[in-house]
Design a protein around this ligand. Structure first.
Ligand SMILES: [Fe+2]
Length: 256
């Protein structure tokens, strides 16, 4: 299987733009379409020709550039069938549990409701890649806007059970802000301390803090660690369910 090249860059302050390109066929997908100008610049910088836009969810900061990019490049827009009326220009729909063939790279569509009802993640198992949109962030997770806390927890639980060496690409560069909250609920976790330090050095050097691996997040991200005894003790939820601990973490983060 030909390799995938990935180019990641910032859009609209703190959104990530991502281009994914198959070396064999030259097919090139944008993961979401946050902003036209930086995506066009990325296409010029790489010399890649946009053929697909793979959408994680309907929020404006993930779909705003779809009409312009589609008009200019004729890219095929692929989105969750359940959200196809809320996303402009959809050419092809997918459903959770299906796989989508991107230039020979099979992407498993993972149902990740919670941030929005129709949110999906794109998991390219053979390439050890997952694009999680606004469900999981490094050291954090998305706000629970359209779904329930239980749904969001089940979505995160699905993601944390992917192979540990899977590289995670997220919708936003929120790592440093997330680290500040995470350290208030899990201050003695050496993996979190190390990740926070590493992310801070990356930002100081003008680099991006993503991708990160599932294994690293499982060690450092409190939202993936509701089973952890120290976190439970700090929240006063020693005997609660994982979903209840997650919900309390998310409520505290909302108020942080
Ligand atoms: Fe969002």
């Amino acid at each position: 299987m030909p390799e995938l090249d990935i180019h990641q860059f910032l859009c609209r302050q703190d959104n990530f733009g991502v281009l994914l390109r198959d070396r064999g066929s030259s097919a090139c997908a944008a993961i979401d379409a946050p902003e036209e100008a930086p995506i066009e610049r990325a296409l010029r910088d790489t010399g890649w020709k946009l053929t697909h836009i793979l959408v994680t969810h309907h929020h404006d900061d993930h779909i705003a550039a779809i009409p312009a990019l589609k008009a200019r490049h004729g890219a095929k827009v692929v989105a969750n069938r359940a959200d196809s009326r809320r996303i402009p220009g959809v050419d092809e729909t997918v459903e959770p549990g299906q796989t989508y063939d991107f230039a020979g790279h099979m992407a498993e569509i993972i149902d990740t409701p919670g941030h929005t009802r129709g949110h999906i993640a794109w998991h390219l198992a053979q390439d050890r890649l997952v694009f999680v949109g606004d469900t999981l962030f490094s050291l954090g997770c998305g706000r629970v806007i359209e779904g329930s806390m239980d749904e969001m927890w089940r979505s995160l639980d699905r993601l944390r059970n992917l192979p540990g060496d899977t590289r995670v690409y997220c919708g936003h560069e929120y790592t440093l802000a997330n680290a500040r909250f995470a350290l208030t609920v899990d201050p003695d976790n050496p993996a979190l301390q190390a990740r926070a330090k590493e992310a801070s050095a990356e930002v100081k050097a003008g680099r991006l803090t993503l991708p990160v691996t599932i294994a690293s997040e499982c060690r450092a991200n409190p939202f993936l660690r509701p089973q952890d005894k120290a976190i439970r003790a700090r929240l006063g939820l020693v005997n609660a369910s994982d979903a209840e601990v997650f919900a309390e973490l998310r409520r505290r983060k909302n108020a942080f």
